[in-house]
Design a protein around this ligand. Structure first.
Ligand code: PA5
Length: 446
């Protein structure tokens, strides 16, 4: 296992800290043991299929093979939203060169990567200032096949392709959608488009290890094999370990207890690495959409759910940390800390007469980042702000695979504690229906 979850600053004592007493974990233990057993059963019954995605050799090979032709393209544009975009982007940012799109093609060794996950007309239109559709592969991703934002982007994309390459437009599209259902699947059949399946039983925000994430990852030359190995290893740990040694259980239980028993509903995931900020963004959706619910599993109105927030160290030390240290005692913090960065940046000794530069000389940027992370953590702890740290020895494909799986399983365990269904999202339906109605979609006029 690469990742380590350090919860020492989330438990009390230390005396300074407003943490969770160990007895709380003991009280939650029966519920958590039941949640682990239930997840094992659900897995056996095929109701938690995201757990077994790392073993789905057939789909993995399908994606690997489909990706071989991406070498012919200068650009790869992903059109999708929510669970159909955040995971692939987190993976790309986690593993690719930080300035991938600006590298020469020979250094990049993969297409440039763009994500269209919004319907801002300025952004969508401006993308076509940068890319030539004739040299672009478009991956349209929608599990339901009917999401308005992705449907609108598809219309723009297909139109641009038809104007650019005429009848060959179909050679520039790969659709990722449900294997049977939905309008996008119907379009695939009617137009004979290349398509990859999203297993019907895997929900959008749990779909990273389906073709949703795997196809773009293969196209971008990312290390999918180790990503899957990491995810599989973490799934095993989080299903086999007892509540006290199980990182997904501890993550879920502590955050649940801080929210429901300590009035700390705001949960800030603060990444001390640019590469990991999109992971925090992905988690924010996973946690919010899965746990923010009106109804309990037995149909009672309970209106529960924590509020996940993402932050970036060290940048947000100069934006948010004042609030975090001195503001209301309503937050808990999850640091994402990297112990070894891919590169070392020494700080040259210069201008020794200026004290604000002198002390930095001879150190490294790496050390400064590590020190700032520790200093913020210590300052929060001293100010009685509980926190935990997910430690990445390095940001590798395996470590990211572990992180994605850890947070997905933690979401299921948190769902059990909140007594909600973490796999549905009824609250977003109303807005969708009103949009369809206002835009004149057939069947939605009343
Ligand atoms: O997690 C979810 O289910 C959602 O965030 C979806 O991923 C999002 O709404 C996009 O849905 P679709 O892939 O059907 O277009």
């Amino acid at each position: 296992m690469h990742l380590k979850l350090d919860i020492s600053n989330a438990l009390s004592p230390p005396a300074a800290l407003d943490g969770i007493p160990p007895s709380t974990l003991t009280e939650l233990q029966p519920k958590l043991t039941e949640a682990i057993e239930r997840l094992k059963q659900q897995r056996q019954q095929g109701n938690a299929p995201f757990l077994d995605l790392p073993d789905d050799k057939e789909t993995i090979e399908l994606c690997r093979n489909a990706a071989t032709r991406s070498k012919n393209f200068e650009n790869f544009v992903l059109a999708g939203i929510g669970g159909s975009a955040l995971g692939p982007y987190a993976l790309f940012r986690g593993l690719a060169h930080p300035f991938h799109n600006l590298l020469d093609a020979s250094r990049r060794q993969a297409p440039r990567f763009f994500v269209l996950d919004n319907i801002d007309p300025d952004t969508i239109d401006a993308l076509f200032d940068l890319i030539d559709p004739a040299r672009t592969l478009f991956n349209i991703i929608s599990k339901s096949g009917s999401t308005a934002e992705t449907a609108a982007a598809s219309l723009v994309i297909i139109d641009a392709l038809k104007k650019s390459v005429g009848k060959k437009w179909k050679e520039h599209i790969v659709v990722t959608t449900d294997p049977e259902k939905g309008d996008l699947r119907q379009l695939v059949r009617e137009e004979n488009l290349e398509a990859l399946p999203i297993p019907p039983s895997v929900g959008g925000r749990f779909s990273l290890l389906t073709p949703v994430g795997l196809f773009p990852a293969f196209c971008l030359g990312l290390d999918v094999d180790n990503l899957l190995l990491g995810a599989k290893a973490m799934a095993d740990v989080c299903l086999k370990a007892g509540p006290r040694e199980n990182p997904a259980v501890l993550f879920a239980a502590l955050l649940y207890a801080f929210d429901t028993q300590c009035s700390r509903p705001i949960q800030v995931m603060m990444a001390y690495a640019d590469r990991l900020l999109p992971l925090a963004d992905w988690w924010r959706q996973l946690w919010a959409e899965s746990l923010g619910k009106r109804l309990s599993t037995d149909g009672k109105e309970i209106f529960v759910g924590p509020t996940p927030v993402k932050a970036l160290g060290a940048t947000d030390q100069h934006s948010q940390v004042q609030l975090y240290i001195e503001g209301p005692q309503d937050k808990v913090f999850i640091f994402l800390e990297v112990q070894e960065f891919e590169r070392d940046v020494p700080l040259p000794s210069a201008f020794g007469h200026l004290s604000s530069l002198e002390y930095l000389g001879g150190k490294t940027m790496n050390r400064l980042m590590a020190v700032e992370c520790s200093a913020t953590r210590e300052a929060l702890t001293k100010a009685k702000r509980p926190n935990m740290t997910l430690k990445f020895p390095k940001v590798t494909a395996a470590a990211l695979g572990e992180a994605f799986m850890l947070l997905e399983i933690a979401t299921i365990y948190a769902g059990a504690l909140y007594n909600v269904n973490p796999l549905d999202q009824p609250g977003v339906e109303h807005g969708k229906i009103l949009t369809y109605k206002a835009m004149g979609r057939k069947g939605y006029d009343d």
